[in-house]
Each structure stands twice: as C-alpha cells, then as structure tokens.
Design a protein around this ligand. Structure first.
Ligand code: TYD
Length: 252
C-alpha cells in the first residue's frame, strides 16, 4: 500500500491527498493552541469531537442549501472534503461582544450587538491574523467585490443556522469564525464554506449559567476543554459512540 501524501499540517488538522482528484482527507488532531500557538496542549479526544461536530454543522448547512466542502466522514478522526482554494481571510461573525472586539472597543464581554457584525482578518500566522478592511482585501486582490458579497451572504446564513441550532439546546452563539474557498466548475468559480466549524472556532455560552463551552476554556484556564466540547456534542446529540462519557447526565 502506498503511503498517502500529506498536503499540509496546521495547528489542529492535517490534510492528506484524497482518494480522487478534487478531494482531501481532513484529519482532526488533539492539539489545542491559543494566542497564535504560544499556548499549546494535547487534549485527548478533542479531534474526535471536532470531527463529529464539524460533520454535524456542515451537513446541516448543506441541508439548508449553504454550500460547503464536506463530503463524508471516513472514521473517528477523518472526513473527506472537497479541495478548495482557500481565500486568505478569517471571516468572523459576532452577535455579542467578546474577545478582541471587547478589548479593542472597550465593550463589556457579553453585550448584545445591535446586529451581527462581520469582521475580516488576513490569514497570516506570522502577522497574528491582523484585522483588515474591505479596502485592503480589494487593493491586495485577496477577494473581488463579487466574492465579498458572496462571503457576507454565506457568513450571515451560517450565523442564522448556527444561532438557531445552538439556541435550541440552550447555548448562545457569541461569535464564530469561518473560512471559505473557491471551487471551479468549468469557466465558473464559486465560494463554499471550508475548513471546520467546531467549538475551536466559536464562542459558545450556556444561556442560563453563562458557562463557557468553547476554546476560551483552554485559552483562559477555565476547566476541562474535553468536558466542555463533550457537553456541546451531548446536547446536540452528536456523541461519538466510542468516546467515554466523562460526566453522568442528570435527567429530571
Ligand atoms: P477574536 O475575539 O477576534 O479573537 P480571540 O479568539 O483571539 O479572542 O475571535 C472571534 C471568534 O473567532 C472566536 O470565536 C475565535 C474565532 N477565531 C478563530 O477561530 N481563529 C482566528 O484566527 C480568529 C482571529 C478568530
């Protein structure tokens, strides 16, 4: 058997060449990083949970007609996805102030925003993913005006979907990040949601207690990250069968 070719290794995932042209195998690692990889840890089982959760969100998005790269889950840690040409932007949607927005603008974390706010960061770890405006994006040719219209529409549709799914299980979607990529159909190209959607790239707060159920648990040393992600998976009914249940579930 030939060894498959590694295309790219990132902080939380490895990409391998897929079985057919135009496909990629996305492997979810257990590595957790924060503050541009200054803080690192291995959280056993995180990759398994994120593989399942990203599958769940991407499948749901597909069902409501939001195009994305997900094809199928292959095993506990891997999923088959479409090859895309990644647009070098981190697209952030915020419903409540938190994180860098709170710091930058002096708004208390948890303040509801008058409407969802979409921000763009240039994807460059060496620069720490700096915030950029549409002027930079157009001037440096990272995306066209048509792309930006499509990105905004995708981002807001993902926000409505994710907010609703989370609301149904008592979780507030504070903010999240997506990435988009280009796929080519003959002379045409279009943008689809790519990368992953998981608690690594969202802020998720319990609606009643305010408990954080996302990567801030790791960033801010608030407890066990695996427990937090397991709780999100449990509420959504996305528990991997072989993953150990770390806490008893209270049924009332
Ligand atoms: P933000 O508050 O800008 O940054 P930080 O997480 O460093 O405080 O992040 C907003 C949301 O987007 C948050 O849920 C984390 C996510 N995000 C990523 O997943 N990756 C990124 O590179 C960035 C900039 C944000």
């Amino acid at each position: 058997m030939a060894r498959r070719k590694k295309i790219y290794e990132g902080k939380a995932k490895i990409l391998y060449e897929g079985p057919e042209p135009g496909t990629i195998v996305q492997y979810f690692k257990d590595d957790a990083t924060a503050f541009n990889a200054e803080k690192k840890a291995v959280i056993e089982g995180k990759g398994v949970l994120n593989n399942r959760l990203s599958e769940f969100f991407m499948t749901g998005l597909g069902q409501i007609g939001v195009p994305n790269h997900f094809i199928k889950r292959l095993n506990m840690r891997e999923q088959l996805v479409r090859t895309v040409e990644i647009v070098p932007l981190e697209i952030i949607v915020r419903n409540y102030a938190a994180g860098t927005m709170s710091k930058r603008l002096g708004i208390d974390e948890g303040t509801q925003l008058p409407r969802p706010i979409v921000e763009y960061c240039y994807k460059d770890d060496a620069l720490g993913d700096p915030l950029v405006t549409e002027e930079h994006i157009a001037a440096f040719g990272w995306a066209s005006q048509q792309d930006m219209d499509d990105i905004l529409s995708l981002a807001l549709r993902v926000n409505d979907f994710l907010s609703g799914v989370m609301l149904a299980v008592g979780i507030r979607l504070v903010d999240f990040k997506i990435e988009v990529g280009r796929v080519f159909d003959g002379d045409f190209q279009r943008l689809i949601v790519a990368d992953e959607i998981s608690p690594d790239s969202c802020r998720l707060w319990d609606m009643e207690t305010g408990q954080k159920l996302d990567k801030d648990v790791f960033r801010r040393d608030l407890g066990d990250l695996k427990d937090a992600y397991t709780e999100v998976a449990r509420r959504l009914g996305v528990m991997p069968k072989t993953a150990p249940v770390t806490k008893p579930t209270l049924i009332n």
